[in-house]
Design a protein around this ligand. Structure first.
Ligand SMILES: [Zn+2]
Length: 405
């Protein structure tokens, strides 16, 4: 993370302490408990008010149920242009603190030993706080092209909210030329991550007394066939690739992570549910892979129906977020480096909303303050130095996008 003294620091003289204004914005955001299962509207309304105070209009893109919302705000160029420009993207929700032991109250931000502690400090309210703290500067700058602020809900439950947010950017014809997703990368410029795809398979057989096996249809046995198949695909991808050495795990991973079935030791189980996921390289044909699993479900179902016509094997996609693989020579990569992001060839194991922006034709990188190792953990924290680096990045971005004096 920290450049050691013998490594040339790319932006020497950078402040290591964030401004009080930024710390106040971040602290205010951290006090909203925006655990994904709850509404993010209080935080979003706070952000709308902060932006309105500096003359920036924000639009809400509500969830289908209306209990949550994305926020989209465009700070136009000096000549009024709202198209093109750069998107700065953050999610507003945080993961639960359930069952975690914290040294301080998770929604009461606390600074100790050069670190800011709170749920969301790293993932990713510090980035969001920097954006709000820099909104006055964005609003008063003579921008040559617009800056779009895109705040989403429900990222932590599978990038749900950002789908509608990206749709809104497309619907408005904003056509940004690049996007920075400020998830914690320790300010490295990350160009790639895998897709995330989560499935539930409900197997329905027929219950019977376990002594009367011909009268039942065993859902666990059928589910076990599927588990074996899924693991076979996992082994194949591990052995045969495709591979990308930018990743710690350089192949597409497939994993069965949960199984629920059966009600009693002397009853043939009528129901069994299998949960599995895959995380794919962008070079893998995603649809074809899903179709292999669907086909296997149909095959198992057909076998069960020969004995019990009411049997079923149903595959449901419960979460999906596309991967991203922005080319090293994309403009947004050079821009992020010019603004102070740290060039890197590393790809990351976690998913972000970057794939949604990229799929909409917006070249995207992930670059934000804080270390993903601290995200989701008890005593989540961010180094204050990381916040200062993020402030410097947004300052340079504003200056770079401004009309030359
Ligand atoms: Zn995050």
């Amino acid at each position: 993370m920290d450049a050691s003294p013998d490594i040339e620091e790319p932006h020497a003289g950078m402040p290591t302490a964030p401004s009080e204004a930024t710390m106040a914005e971040i602290a205010a955001l951290l006090r909203f408990d925006t655990t994904s299962r709850d509404s993010n509207l209080p935080l979003v309304e706070h952000a709308v008010a902060r932006l309105a105070a500096v003359g920036v209009d924000a639009a809400l893109v509500p969830s289908p149920e209306g209990d949550k919302a994305n926020l989209l705000a465009t700070i136009p160029a000096a000549d009024g242009t709202v198209t093109g420009g750069i998107v700065l993207s953050a999610h507003t929700d945080v993961v639960p603190v359930d069952g975690q032991v914290w040294s301080s109250a998770p929604f009461e931000p606390e600074v100790r030993d050069g670190r800011l502690y709170a749920r969301g400090a790293a993932d990713m309210k510090s980035f969001l706080g920097v954006l709000l703290a820099k909104a006055p500067a964005m609003a008063t700058a003579r921008l040559a092209e617009p800056i779009h602020l895109a705040l989403s809900y429900d990222e932590e439950v599978g990038c749900v909210g950002a789908i509608g947010l990206v749709d809104e950017i497309v619907r408005r014809g904003l056509a940004p030329r690049g996007c920075v997703v400020g998830e914690p990368t320790s300010m490295r410029i990350v160009r790639g991550h895998k897709s995330m795809n989560v499935f539930r398979v409900d197997v329905r057989g027929l219950a019977a007394h376990s002594s009367l096996t011909p009268q039942g249809e065993n859902a666990i046995v059928a589910a076990a066939e599927l588990v074996r198949f899924v693991q076979g695909v996992a082994d194949e991808l591990r052995e045969q690739g495709p591979f990308d050495d930018g990743y710690v795990v350089p192949f597409t991973t497939v994993s069965v992570n949960r199984i629920d079935g059966g009600i009693a030791i002397n009853t043939i189980p009528a129901e069994c549910t299998v949960h599995f996921e895959f995380r794919a390289l962008t070079t893998v044909d995603h649809e074809a892979l899903v179709e292999r699993f669907r086909a296997e479900c149909r095959r198992i179902e057909a076998g069960m129906r020969e004995r019990h016509p009411g049997a079923s094997v149903t595959l449901t996609t419960t979460a999906a977020a596309p991967g991203v693989d922005t080319p090293a020579d994309a403009d947004i990569v050079a821009l992020a480096a010019a603004w102070g992001g740290e060039p890197s060839d590393d790809k990351v194991t976690y998913g972000t909303e970057a794939g949604l922006f990229a799929n909409a034709g917006i070249p995207t990188v992930v670059c934000g303050p804080g270390d993903i190792a601290q995200a989701h953990a008890p005593d989540e924290f961010i180094e204050l130095e990381q916040i200062a680096r993020c402030e410097a990045l947004v300052d340079r971005l504003i200056a770079d996008l401004s009309v030359d004096a």
